[in-house]
Design a protein around this ligand. Structure first.
Ligand code: SF4
Ligand code: SF4
Length: 449
C-alpha cells in the first residue's frame, strides 16, 4: 500500500495500554522513541511548539551521523523532560497520528517514558519528593489554604530571600509565580445547592442543570472564578450543584507518569460525577486541564469503562456549554457593561478538546467588545513553570504571548486557564490580576463578585 503524506481523517488516538507489562519495558520504549524521533527529525513541523522538539533536533544535529541513530539512548530523556503533555503536537499538528499507519502519538510516547521512569524511580531523591509534593494538589493546596498558613505563605512568596532558600530545599524556582491561597475556599464560600427552585429548561445538548467540579485550584486558589461561573449560570436560569466531595482530577500525577495514582483518583471521582449525572446534571469545571482529564485522558486509559465514557459525554467546557445554550435561545444577551479591547489567551488544554473557539465567540456577543485571541502556549503547563530546571524555558515559551498582549494594548486580558493567566501577568510584571474570561462575562452581565 502506498504511504500517503498525512491524514485526511480526524485524529483517532489509541488507548493507553498502561496496564500491560510491555508498556514499561525500557528496551521497547527506546525502540519506539528511535522510530518516532526519526519521523519527527524528517518532519520538524512542531519545532516552535515547546522545548521538546528543539532539544531533539539539537541532539540529532550535533550527533556524529546527523541522524537519530547517532543520538545516545541516555540522551532521549532530555527530550522527554521537556514535554508537559499539552497534546498540541498530536491534536493540532501531526499528520502521522492514527489512523495514519505510522501511528505517531508523540505525547502518548512521552507519557509512556515518564511512566516507566516513575516506576523505576530513577529521579534524584530531591526531584522525586519535589515532584510528589507539587503533584499532590488535593492535600497540598488544602493544607496551604488553612487560615493562618495561607496568609503566611502568601507573604513568604513575596520575599526573595525566603524564595531562594525555598528553591534550594524544594526545587521550586525562586522567581516562579506561586498561586495565592485563600483561607476560605470556594466550597466554604458558596452554598452546595443554588437555584434549585428554578424551572429546568432542557437544551438540544444540555440538561439545563450544572454540577460544578470545583477542582483543587479553583477551590483553594481561585474561588472568585468559581463564584463567577455560579453567578453566570444562575443569571441564566440554570440550577447549580457544587461537587464538594470530589478529588483532584489527576492531571498533575499524569504529567509525572504516576498512572497508579491517576487510577486511584479516577476511582474516587467517577462515582461523584455519576451521581450528579443520574440526578440530571451536566458537569463542568473552570480549569481546562481538569475538564480534558475526564473528556479524553481517563477514557483513553480506561477504554472499556462505560461509566468513564458516560462521564466524558456529560463534561462541558463552560463557554462550550453557554454557546450551546445560546444557540438554543436559552441564554440572556442583556449586558450591562461592555468589555472594550479584550486580549484572550486560548489555553492549550482547551484547544485540544476540539470544541472550536467558544470563549471568543461568546465574549464577542457583548456589545462594544473586540476580542484578540492568542493561540500560543503560555509556558505554564502544569508544574513546568514552577520547577527550577524548566522555569526559564517556560518564560521563553511565554514570550510570543506576552508580546501579542502588549501589542494589542488591551482594556483587559486573561486566559481560560487561570494558571496560564497568572504566568502571563508575571511575565509582564503586572502586579494587578489577569481577568479570567468567566470573570469578564460576569462583569459584562453586571454580576458582582
Ligand atoms: S505534548 Fe506539548 S509539550 Fe509535549 S511534545 Fe507535544 S507540543 Fe511539546
Ligand atoms: S509530532 Fe508529528 S508533526 Fe510533530 S514533528 Fe513529529 S512527526 Fe512532525
Amino acid at each position: 500500500m502506498a504511504i500517503r503524506e498525512g491524514n485526511l481523517e480526524a485524529p483517532k488516538r489509541h488507548p493507553i495500554k498502561w496496564q500491560e507489562p510491555d508498556y514499561y519495558d525500557t528496551t521497547k520504549i527506546n525502540q519506539e522513541l528511535e522510530r518516532v524521533f526519526d519521523i519527527c527529525h524528517g518532519c520538524r513541523r512542531c519545532v516552535s511548539l515547546c522545548n521538546a522538539f528543539p532539544t531533539l533536533f539539537d541532539l540529532v544535529d550535533e550527533s556524529p551521523t546527523l541522524e537519530v541513530d547517532g543520538v545516545k539512548k541516555e540522551d532521549y530523556q532530555a527530550v522527554v523532560d521537556q514535554c508537559y503533555l499539552c497534546d498540541l503536537c498530536a491534536e493540532t499538528k501531526c499528520p502521522y497520528i492514527p489512523p495514519h499507519e505510522w501511528a505517531v502519538d508523540f505525547p502518548q510516547l512521552m507519557l509512556r517514558t515518564k511512566a516507566s521512569k516513575f516506576k523505576a524511580r530513577t529521579s534524584s531523591i530531591t526531584k522525586f519528593w519535589r515532584d510528589r509534593l507539587i503533584s499532590s494538589t488535593g492535600s497540598l493546596l488544602k493544607t496551604l489554604s488553612t487560615p493562618g498558613i495561607a496568609q503566611a505563605i502568601n507573604s513568604a512568596s513575596k520575599s526573595s530571600k525566603l524564595r531562594a532558600i525555598g528553591q534550594k530545599i524544594t526545587g521550586i524556582h525562586a522567581n516562579a509565580p506561586l498561586p495565592r491561597f485563600h483561607p476560605k475556599p470556594a466550597d466554604k464560600q458558596l452554598e452546595e445547592h443554588i437555584g434549585q427552585d428554578l424551572p429546568v429548561k432542557k437544551g438540544s445538548k444540555t440538561t439545563g442543570k450544572v454540577a460544578i467540579y470545583i477542582t483543587c485550584y479553583g477551590n483553594h486558589n481561585e474561588p472568585a472564578i468559581v463564584k463567577s461561573l455560579v453567578d453566570i449560570l444562575i443569571h441564566n436560569g440554570i440550577p447549580v450543584q457544587l461537587l464538594t466531595d470530589s478529588n483532584c482530577c489527576g492531571m498533575p500525577k499524569l504529567e509525572l507518569g504516576d498512572l497508579d495514582s491517576v487510577a486511584k483518583l479516577k476511582e474516587k471521582n467517577i462515582p461523584v460525577f455519576r451521581r450528579a449525572i443520574a440526578n440530571g446534571y451536566d458537569i463542568m469545571s473552570i480549569i481546562p486541564s481538569c475538564t480534558l482529564m475526564y473528556r479524553e485522558e481517563i477514557p483513553l486509559m480506561f477504554p472499556e469503562d462505560r461509566e468513564a465514557s458516560d462521564v466524558a459525554n456529560h463534561f462541558f467546557d463552560p463557554f462550550e456549554y453557554l454557546m450551546g445554550r445560546y444557540k438554543d435561545g436559552l441564554i440572556s444577551t442583556e449586558f450591562k457593561n461592555h468589555l472594550g479591547n479584550v486580549s484572550y489567551h486560548a489555553a492549550c488544554h482547551q484547544r485540544v478538546q476540539n470544541i472550536g473557539q467558544k470563549t471568543r465567540e461568546f465574549l464577542s456577543l457583548i456589545p462594544d467588545t473586540s476580542v484578540t485571541m492568542i493561540e500560543r502556549c503560555s509556558g505554564h503547563d502544569g508544574t513546568y513553570a514552577l520547577k527550577e530546571e524548566s522555569y526559564e524555558h517556560a518564560m521563553k515559551i511565554a514570550r510570543p504571548v506576552l508580546r501579542r498582549i502588549q501589542e494589542s494594548q488591551p482594556d483587559t486580558y486573561g486566559s481560560d486557564c487561570p494558571m496560564a493567566g497568572r504566568l502571563i501577568a508575571h511575565g509582564m510584571n503586572d502586579e494587578s490580576n489577569p481577568e479570567s474570561p468567566l470573570k469578564m462575562l460576569a462583569r459584562a452581565y453586571g454580576l458582582g463578585n
